[in-house]
Each structure stands twice: as structure tokens, then as C-alpha cells.
Design a protein around this ligand. Structure first.
Ligand code: NAD
Length: 462
């Protein structure tokens, strides 16, 4: 495992003070300066793309194409687009009001929140640490980035590279684990953006509450797949398997489990097996197109769940000594099974047979709101029924994972899957305070007379 150099605890308040000094001095406000930092962030990713692919490969065994598509390429594209859109986003917004209020010039100014803290996880270590960062830069904030200690090669590389590209008075990396994060959380920040699990989110929310620090929480959960009995099962199987195998299922938006009418379960499984064979003809554990489980602890957690399931394993289950776990399909999984306890975050796909769509909807709506609901159906009425009767961060019809390719969509959880929005304009807005304002002209005074004491009857009735 790569060595991670932890930031000295004593350095943390000094870094914070530097950033506050920079923010107060106004350095991060000019749009031209923000644009230059965004270009520098894109340049860091571009010029070091091979190093990022290698580091993330070391941490996660992630295939280079997945790192390029899901992390490096997307980041570069979004930084450049933010640089282009910045002027438009940050323009003061003159709002439409009734005619008698127009002279007051009601306006919303887009103010940077200040100095923000970004805490990121290991599974997509680059995009999940630097997507909030491009949002903070665009908004004119200063930021500390705390990448995950569970992906040490990436986190060390970021700490080595960032000072060469970004202004160190405004943007800093703090590396370490619980101890360093706990120290960071002692201090007031102007916003905390956390991506990770719900248990740690509660620790962060508690620490933030002491200072009334606003937070965004991008969490996980069990994102279900509902397959309508009319849908082409073969195509659904291909698209679900793709979503489950990417990064070996270690994605917050991975399809977690499948609800399918009982009479179509076997057909669906046959199709999954067929696509599995064509995705990984040499077997997944020998395939350069299939990743690894991040560490022994998570590997043991997943194999432990498989040992306890009451369902029938119909594909996969194989492991290797490099934390590999083959895509594993489990059929006839029932309420109370180990595989339905918590978010799987690995390449295991439990299939839960249901009577019909109504049972699937009830199943989903009685549980925590997931990050995404995937539904395979071409029936507009079924789509509407799902929209009306379920809740989730995003809802995706007839595919998995691909919603992340749309830069203009907000990405967010709801309920247990988190709150606060991100991606492009939504990332910018997350770090921006909408500062409402009026500017009352002197000439308005006659119209305002009625508000001043004494509150005589004629004023009251006017
Ligand atoms: P992790 O273990 O890397 O933890 C995330 C961050 O929290 C790290 O920086 C870590 O140092 C910090 N941390 C850990 N324990 C802490 C503590 N006790 N106090 C303070 N800070 C602490 O990552 P993880 O949580 O295992 O990540 C996986 C989870 O993240 C999954 O639930 C997944 O669904 C979710 N996730 C969500 C999104 C999203 O955008 N919604 C994206 C990716 C992952």
C-alpha cells in the first residue's frame, strides 16, 4: 500500500488562518482569478493524467478507462465549462417585482460563502474531491480538501501536485484519517461538503452544528432497480450488469438490488450470465476491464454477507488473493436477508422476486430514500406512478450510471442518501450565498411615509 504523509495536527489551524486571511483580503473574488485557477486545476489533471490513472489503479485496481471516463476526463471538461459559464452564473440577478417596487432595484448578489472544507471518500477519489473544489473556486471561496486515507496513492499524489498548480494561499490539501479530520472539524468553516457514509455524516453534522456551519452531504444507500414485466429483459440485464461491474460495484449510484416479477426472474438471470460472458470472456478476475475491492476489510465484509445469505448464488462468488471478488448474482433473496441489510458497495446483485409493480413500489417507498431509483419501463403510466409514489435523489429510466454524464443535471440525495446539490452550476451554487438586496431611492420617501410612527388610523387604513 502506498505511503500517505499525514498533515501535522498543529499545521491545521495555521492553514485555516492563512485561508481566512486570503479570503478577507479579497484575492479569490475577481472572476479572472477564479477562471485562471479553474484552468490550472484542469491543467493539473491533464498534464498528470497518467499519474492519476496509475495512483487510482494502485489504490483500487481500477481499469484505466474507468479512471479516465469517470474521473480525469470529466473533471477537465467540467473545469473548462465552469470557466466559461462563470460570468453568467455570478452576474447579479435583478429580479422581477410588482411595478411599485421596481425603483427599489431588488437584486440578488452572488456572494462566495467564504472558506470551505471538503471531505472526500476513496471510491472515486479524484472527482469526489475535486468536483466540490471546482465548485468552490467558481464561487470565489477558499478551500481545504481532505481526501480519503483509504486511497493513499491518490491522496499523496494530490498533496504533491496541488501546490504546483493552485494558489496555496487559497487552496490546500490536508491528509490523514480520523484524527486529522476530527481536528479540522473543531473549527468554524463557512461550509462543509462531505461525501461518504451516513455514520460519519452524523459525526460531521454534530461537529458542524456547534458552529452553525451549513453542510452538504453526498451519501449512499441501496439504489433499487425495478424491472417492469413488459420490458426487454435482455437489455435491462446488460445495462444493470454494466452499472454493477463498474468499479466492482463500489459506486454510490451502483444498482444495489433488483425487483422483478417472479415469472421473469430466470430469464433475467440467463441474460445476466450471457452478458457476463461477453463482458469478461477470460473471467472477471483475470480481466483488465474489472476492478478490485479497495481493501481486505471491505473484501471480508462482502464475502461475509455472501456466507450469510439465504438466497441462491447463481453466478460468481469467486475471490482471489488481490481482493478480487467476481460479479455475484444471488436469486430468490427475501426480506431479512443479509444482502438487504445495508448498502452493498460491491459487485453483489441480489434479485428480489415480486408479484407485480405495485409490490415493487411499496417495497421501495417503505425504505430509506435511495440516491437513485432505476426503473426499466417504456410505459408512460408506469413512469408516472413511479414518479408519484417513490422518492429518491435521482430517478433514471432504462439505464444505469449514465445520468452522471449529463453536466446540467443536479446530483443529490434525499433523506438518508444526503442533502445539498452538486455538478457544475449546482456545485457553484452550493458554495454561493444568494445575498438579497434593495437600494431605496431618496425619491421613494413620500411613498414610505405611511410606515412611520405615529400609527394613526388614516395610515393604518391607507
Ligand atoms: P471513507 O472511509 O473514505 O470516508 C470518507 C471521509 O470521511 C474520509 O475522508 C475519511 O477520512 C473521513 N472519516 C472517516 N471516519 C471519520 C470520522 N470518524 N470522523 C471524521 N471523518 C471521518 O469513505 P466511505 O464513507 O467508506 O465511502 C463510501 C460511502 O460513500 C458509501 O456509502 C457511498 O455510497 C458514499 N458515496 C456517496 C457519493 C455521493 O456522491 N452521494 C459518492 C461516493 C461515495
Amino acid at each position: 500500500m502506498a505511503q500517505l504523509q499525514h498533515t501535522a495536527i498543529g499545521e491545521i489551524p495555521v492553514i485555516r488562518e492563512t485561508l481566512y486571511h486570503t479570503f478577507r483580503a479579497g484575492k479569490t473574488r475577481p472572476l479572472e482569478w477564479r477562471r485562471q485557477q479553474l484552468y490550472q486545476l484542469a491543467r493539473m489533471a491533464q498534464e498528470n493524467s497518467d499519474a492519476f490513472v496509475e495512483a487510482i489503479g494502485k489504490d483500487l485496481g481500477k481499469p484505466p478507462m474507468e479512471t479516465w471516463v469517470g474521473e480525469v476526463g470529466g473533471l477537465i471538461d467540467r473545469c473548462l465549462q465552469c470557466a466559461t459559464s462563470l460570468e453568467d452564473w455570478s452576474k447579479p440577478e435583478v429580479i422581477d417585482v410588482p411595478d411599485w417596487q421596481k425603483p427599489w432595484q431588488p437584486t440578488i448578489y452572488k456572494a462566495p460563502k467564504g472558506v470551505v472544507l471538503i471531505i472526500a471518500p476513496w471510491n472515486y477519489p479524484m472527482i469526489l474531491s475535486l468536483q466540490p473544489l471546482y465548485g468552490a473556486i467558481s464561487a470565489g471561496c477558499c478551500a481545504v480538501v481532505k481526501p480519503s486515507e483509504v486511497s493513499p496513492a491518490y491522496s499523496q499524489l494530490l498533496a504533491d501536485l496541488m501546490p504546483k498548480y493552485l494558489d496555496g494561499d487559497a487552496y490546500r490539501v490536508v491528509n490523514g484519517g480520523v484524527e486529522e479530520t476530527t481536528e479540522l472539524l473543531k473549527y468554524p468553516w463557512d461550509h462543509i461538503f462531505y461525501t461518504g457514509n451516513g455514520r460519519v455524516a452524523r459525526i460531521i453534522a454534530t461537529a458542524a452544528a456547534k458552529h452553525l456551519t451549513p453542510c452538504s452531504f453526498e451519501l449512499g444507500g441501496k439504489s433499487p432497480v425495478i424491472i417492469d414485466s413488459e420490458y426487454d429483459v435482455k437489455l435491462a440485464a446488460k445495462r444493470v450488469l454494466f452499472g454493477k461491474c463498474t468499479n466492482a460495484g463500489q459506486i454510490c449510484v451502483a444498482p444495489d438490488y433488483v425487483l422483478i416479477p417472479a415469472d421473469r426472474q430466470d430469464e433475467f438471470i440467463a441474460a445476466l450470465k450471457e452478458h457476463h460472458e461477453s463482458f469478461f470472456p477470460e473471467g472477471p478476475l483475470k480481466s483488465p476491464s474489472y476492478g478490485r475491492i479497495v481493501n481486505g476489510m471491505h473484501h471480508a465484509r462482502l464475502t461475509g454477507l455472501l456466507k450469510r445469505t439465504q438466497g441462491k448464488i447463481v453466478l460468481g462468488g469467486q475471490v482471489d488473493d488481490k481482493n478480487g471478488l467476481a460479479p455475484t448474482i444471488v436469486k430468490d433473496v427475501k426480506e431479512g436477508d443479509s444482502l438487504l441489510e445495508g448498502e452493498l458497495f460491491g459487485p453483489i446483485l441480489p434479485i428480489v422476486p415480486v408479484k407485480d409493480l405495485a409490490e415493487a413500489i411499496t417495497y421501495v417507498s417503505e425504505r430509506d430514500h435511495p440516491l437513485v431509483l432505476y426503473a426499466f419501463t417504456e410505459n408512460p403510466q408506469v413512469k408516472q406512478q413511479l414518479l408519484d409514489n417513490t422518492r429518491s435523489g435521482n430517478i433514471v429510466f432504462n439505464d444505469t450510471f449514465q445520468q452522471l454524464a449529463v453536466n446540467e443535471l443536479p446530483f443529490s440525495g434525499v433523506g438518508e442518501s444526503g442533502y445539498g446539490y452538486q455538478v457544475m452550476k449546482y456545485s457553484y451554487e452550493g458554495f454561493t450565498h444568494a445575498r438579497g438586496s434593495i437600494d431605496m431611492p431618496k425619491e421613494a420617501e413620500p411613498h414610505l411615509e405611511g410606515r412611520y410612527a405615529p400609527y394613526t388610523d388614516d395610515k393604518f387604513k391607507a
